[in-house]
Design a protein. Structure first.
Length: 465
């Protein structure tokens, strides 16, 4: 496997859009600069928290992991996600350590002891979702089958929800501090924030954040998918139905018909309010109503957010039919004049935004398959080489919006679904005609696609007419 990592360190992106090419080059250098020292006691890691801390936190690792995988940081991803899963404990009410440092300890900035520490409740579901995406990207079943992860899945999907009073029908009447230290000291952040019900840390007296509902929805949907993959269909169905209850509550309770936007928090005073948090509705893919998604995207695009939130936006906008705005965010995040662009989430977010977003590359380990679609309103070209996924290494080139090529430079065959926006009648692979299939995405856009097997060492060029 070391060959894959060696390849991946040299992942390269080229494009006729030179500004995006430069954004990738900057992000790659910046992200790899955050790789930890091999001799650090914690094991392989990369910076995923405030840089002076030499640490990594659950939210940031969950967000940075695909970008890390693209850049060959697979040992780092596996080690950090395993540490989070392993350090969940009953004495912390099924929380893990929110943040760990290079010494292999819970970061003292966020932890005093198992009764007194800082913790954001969406984190367990984020790590669950990230470990699933790691499996889909890499094909490494360790992320879903290892005993440490199985325990983390089971405890998160049941005990954690019970202990923190997070059932779908209790989100608005749960206590604000269900597991607070006794005696409780409101002015001590390790008491007050031991179980913050949101990633939004600037709102006092929070009872529930909308991002927590979205995280619960995605976490339980993920667990359902993991169970389905193991043939446990009855359990999988039960968790999928439970996940849907959170989504229904989100749509029923949290949509503000006056402003046509979602509220983002509910306070101890029994009132809804709006701050940051909408980003996570889309990150966790909790919205299905395209009219409401459009309103949410429009609101996100109308304001300047902190770089942490903004680092999620390239992929979110590419995934939601807004290619030009996604490109704007890639350029903004990589601009030397953007304040705090050195925050680690930024460079990793740019890498993922280009590879999964612009290039539209999506692996799925369940079927050893890769889908591609070029998400651009232009007609230039873009290519990525030495990209590690599914236990192999691929090179993908989009030549305009009607032709793509995939070269399998590794040792495992993959099935390739080459997708193109538009309604085309003919498809050719290396000049040989293929059946064309058709689909419509959630935005009503027509997609034509062809499916082929690409063996190790093989290159196929597919074009549509």
């Amino acid at each position: 496997m070391s060959n894959l990592s060696a390849f991946a360190q040299d992942v390269k992106f080229s494009s006729s859009d030179k500004r995006i090419e430069q954004a990738f080059a900057w992000a790659k250098d910046m992200a790899l600069h955050y790789k930890g020292h091999p001799a650090d006691p914690v094991g392989p890691w990369y910076e995923s928290a405030l840089p002076p801390r030499d640490a990594f936190c659950m939210r940031d690792v969950s967000h940075q992991s695909i970008g890390g995988e693209i850049l060959g940081l697979k040992r780092e991803n596996q080690n950090m996600l395993t540490l989070f899963a392993r350090n969940m404990s009953a004495s912390k009410n099924w929380c893990s350590y929110w943040e760990m440092n290079k010494a292999g300890k819970p970061a003292p900035e966020d932890y005093r002891n198992d009764r007194e520490f800082w913790y954001n409740l969406p984190a367990n579901f984020d790590v669950l979702y990230a470990s699933w995406r790691m499996y889909l990207w890499t094909g490494n079943k360790y992320y879903i089958n290892d005993a440490v992860f199985v325990n983390f899945q089971e405890k998160t999907a049941k005990d954690y929800i019970d202990t923190w009073v997070l059932s779908a029908d209790s989100m608005l009447n749960r206590p604000a501090h269900p597991n607070a230290p006794v005696p409780f000291n409101e002015s001590d952040s390790f008491h007050r924030c031991r179980g913050l019900p949101s990633y939004s840390e600037g709102v006092p007296n929070l009872k529930t954040g909308v991002d927590l509902l979205a995280a619960l929805y995605q976490g339980l949907s993920t667990y359902s998918a993991i169970l389905a993959g193991k043939g446990k269909s009855a359990e999988a169905k039960a968790y999928a139905l439970n996940a849907e209850k959170y989504r229904q509550r989100l749509e029923t309770d949290w949509w503000n018909t006056k402003d046509n936007l979602y509220f983002t928090y509910y306070g101890k005073d029994g009132k809804f309010g709006r701050d940051e948090g909408e980003t996570f509705l889309l990150w966790f893919d909790a919205l299905k109503d395209t009219t409401r998604i459009k309103k949410t995207l429009s609101h996100l695009a109308s304001k300047t957010w902190n770089v942490e939130n903004t680092s999620y936006l390239p992929l979110i906008f590419y995934n939601n039919n807004s290619c030009d705005k996604a490109r704007d965010y890639l350029l903004y995040l990589s601009d030397k004049n953007t304040e705090r662009r050195e925050y680690p989430e930024v460079s990793f977010g740019v890498i993922e935004g280009i590879v999964q977003g612009l290039m539209g590359i999506r692996p799925d380990a369940r079927s050893q398959s890769i889908s591609t679609i070029y998400k651009t309103t232009g007609n230039g070209n873009a290519g990525i080489s030495n990209l590690p996924l599914l236990g192999t290494v691929i090179n993908v080139v989009h030549q305009g919006t009607k032709q793509s090529s995939l070269n399998n430079a590794g040792k495992l065959q993959v099935s390739w679904k080459a997708m193109f926006y538009g309604d085309y009648k003919l498809a050719y692979a290396n000049g040989k005609q293929l059946p064309v299939k058709h689909a419509t995405d959630s935005w009503g856009k027509h997609i034509s696609f062809a499916e082929v097997t690409v063996k190790p060492g093989q290159q196929l060029n597919i074009n549509v007419k």
